[in-house]
Design a protein around this ligand. Structure first.
Ligand code: ARG
Length: 459
């Protein structure tokens, strides 16, 4: 088929370059957005009387027919059209003839592609909002039934202080909440219409940018036509927010991978989300969290690709920008599938070994701070108490004992303020219960937070 721009050229494109130049292989994903964008543009040209009423009707109906054909599987965009924008224009012309050639009046593919991609991304962000909320709900359900389940808390991967398992899980709800907020902010900037900026300078054709913006559900329009066709910040922001989300997913994945090892045995995988080894019959592998952890790199890579794509690119549109689509599409697809997989894993893929968890918090020195805080309660300065407990830990380690194995007389040798009631303070449940400061792991606080989340997530 002759190219739309072919008159200016004497020769046809080198066949390899023709393929190299084409984006139809991936931007056909934007077909519905492109059709809606064109319908809005045609209606606008009708309203401003650039197109006559019959022309407008013919074009709009032609575009609607293409939409129906596509949805019924009778039309599939592809090579040799260069991209989805040319593809639809060519198809319209072949469908309705000469009038179809009027569609591109007063616009350029530069503002068109920017509009399509923003519409597509806006829809993706709306889907993500639902998916992340579902994941939060699943985590909250798990938290709700584990307020009184204890789990060792770590810093530097060393036992630190025992925690309510619910408190640990709620930490992820907070992270995912920030992710949702970030996407919401990104959406507000995505929701700005570049349509009508034309190639870069605007147009002398009588257009109404606010009309097309309103038709397509945009909140506002770009104020500067050059910026409108050059701005890819919104793609970078989206992928950047996705990268942070993936960091969170990767973190919880790593924890699950550790928890289900024989060494930790804090949890086990159910058959729903685990796979076997082709060789070792005893194996049950955590493929789901490993895949999520692995896919994180992919999203980080896309962020790097986009940042590099815009670096040093002069105003205005440059073909480099065609390269924004694959990273963007893959990011959205990757994070959606990872969020879904994690939600299933939380819902039905993992079971905690409550006994192992409570045994492990009772068999370490993670109550050492509480021993020191006991003395603080008796007016001993914290730094002094800290040193005293350090000596006690050393004493215990040399004798392979825990605090609970010591006699009160032994403790008194380290500090006279120790009394029999100290052993009550050292019990893991009491250790956790006592952390009543706001945002702490004390059960009262955790109960309160579970309730807050239930309200927030409308459960
Ligand atoms: N396929 C192109 C892209 O995705 C559409 C815009 C082309 N504009 C141009 N001036 N060549 O960026």
């Amino acid at each position: 088929m002759a190219k739309v721009w072919s008159k200016r050229f004497d020769n046809t494109l080198n066949p390899f370059i023709e393929k190299f130049n084409a984006s139809i292989g991936f931007d056909r994903k934007l077909i519905l957005e492109d059709l809606d964008c064109s319908i809005a543009h045609a209606k606008m040209l009708g309203k401003t009387q650039v197109l006559s009423p019959p022309e407008t009707l013919q074009i709009v109906n032609g575009l609607k027919t293409i939409k129906v054909e596509y949805l019924e599987g009778k039309f599939s965009p592809g090579f040799p059209s260069e991209d989805i924008h040319y593809c639809i224009e060519e198809k319209l012309i072949s469908l309705i003839g000469e009038t179809g050639k009027k569609l591109h009046t007063g616009r350029s593919r530069n503002d068109q592609v920017g509009t399509d991609i923003r519409m597509w991304l806006r829809k993706e962000i709306d889907n993500l909002e639902v998916l992340i909320t579902d994941l939060q709900k699943s985590l909250l359900n798990l938290a709700k039934s584990n307020i009184y389940t204890l789990i060792p808390g770590y810093t530097h991967m060393q036992r630190a202080q025992p925690l309510s398992l619910a408190h640990h899980l709620l930490a992820y709800l907070e992270m995912f909440q920030r992710d949702r907020e970030r996407f919401k902010e990104v959406r507000s900037r995505v929701n700005t219409s570049p349509l009508g900026a034309a190639a870069l300078a605007g147009t002398k054709i009588k257009i109404d940018r606010n009309f097309t913006a309103a038709e397509l559900g945009f909140e506002k329009i770009y104020k500067n036509s050059i910026d409108a066709v050059s701005d890819r910040d919104f793609s970078i922001e989206f992928v950047s927010s996705s990268a942070i989300l993936m960091a969170h997913l990767s973190k919880i994945s790593e924890e699950i991978i550790l928890w289900v090892t024989d060494e930790f045995s804090f949890a086990k995988l159910t058959d729903k989300c685990a796979t076997g080894s082709s060789l070792m019959p005893q194996k049950k592998n955590p493929d789901v969290p490993e895949l999520i952890r692995g896919k994180t790199g992919r999203v980080y890579g896309h962020l790097q690709a986009l940042l590099t794509m815009v670096k040093g690119v002069p105003l205005a549109y440059n073909k480099d920008f065609q390269e924004d689509k694959e990273p963007l599409f893959d990011t959205a697809e990757t994070i959606s599938s990872c969020i879904k997989a994690m939600t299933i894993l939380i819902d039905e893929g993992i079971e905690f070994n409550i006994k192992n968890l409570s045994d492990s918090v009772g068999n370490d020195f993670s109550n050492a701070t509480d021993l020191a805080d006991y003395l603080v309660g008796k007016e001993v300065p914290f730094r002094t108490a800290y040193q005293v407990v350090g000596e006690i830990v050393k004493y215990c380690l040399e004798r392979k004992l825990l605090f609970k194995n010591l006699k009160i007389d032994e403790l008194k040798k380290f500090h006279h303020e120790f009394e029999e009631d100290v052993f009550v303070d050292l019990e893991p449940l009491n250790v956790v219960k006592s952390r009543t400061s706001e945002g702490g792991t004390g059960f009262i606080q955790v109960e309160k937070e579970v309730k807050n989340w239930q309200k927030k997530l409308l459960l």
